[in-house]
Design a protein around this ligand. Sequence first.
Ligand SMILES: [Zn+2]
Length: 156
Amino acid sequence: MNIRYTSADGRMTLAIEGETQKDLFREIAEFQSVFELYQSCGCCHSTNIRFIVRTPDKYIYYSLRCSDCTAEFKFGQLTEGGGLYPKFKDDEDNILPNGGWSVYRGKGASAPSPAHRQAAAGPGNRASSPASRATTGHMGGGPPPHAPVDDEMPPF
Ligand SMILES: [Zn+2]
C-alpha cells in the first residue's frame, strides 16, 4: 500500500508505504508524535512555533520553540533508528507543567535562593533601619514568580 498523508496543519505531505495497515499506522503514529504534536505553545498558546535544532556542545538538541514567549518543548532521541519522542516528563519521571513547555532560564537556573540574595546585600545591615527591614520581608522559596502555571495535561 502506498498512501499520501497530509499533516493536520496542511504544511507537510508525505508518502507512506507499508505492506499492511499496521505498517501504515505505525508510520503515521511516529510522524504525528513529533510533527503534529503541538500547533500552539503550551505556555502562551501562540501558534508562532518553530522546529529548532541546537548544538551548544557535542550533543544535538531537537525542540519546538515559541517565537513569542521563547518557551521550548524538548524531544528525546531514541538510541536506535534516528527517531525522536516527545518529553512530557522530567528525568525523575514527574509530569512536566505546561505540557512539557518551559522558558529556558540558563544553565542550572531556578528560583533565586533568598539566602544568596541576602548575603549579596553586603555588610551594611547592622543597625538596620526600619526601611531596609521592610524590603527584606518575606521572599521565601516556591516557584519562580513568572513561571506560567497551568495544569493542562498533554494531549494524550
Ligand atoms: Zn509561547
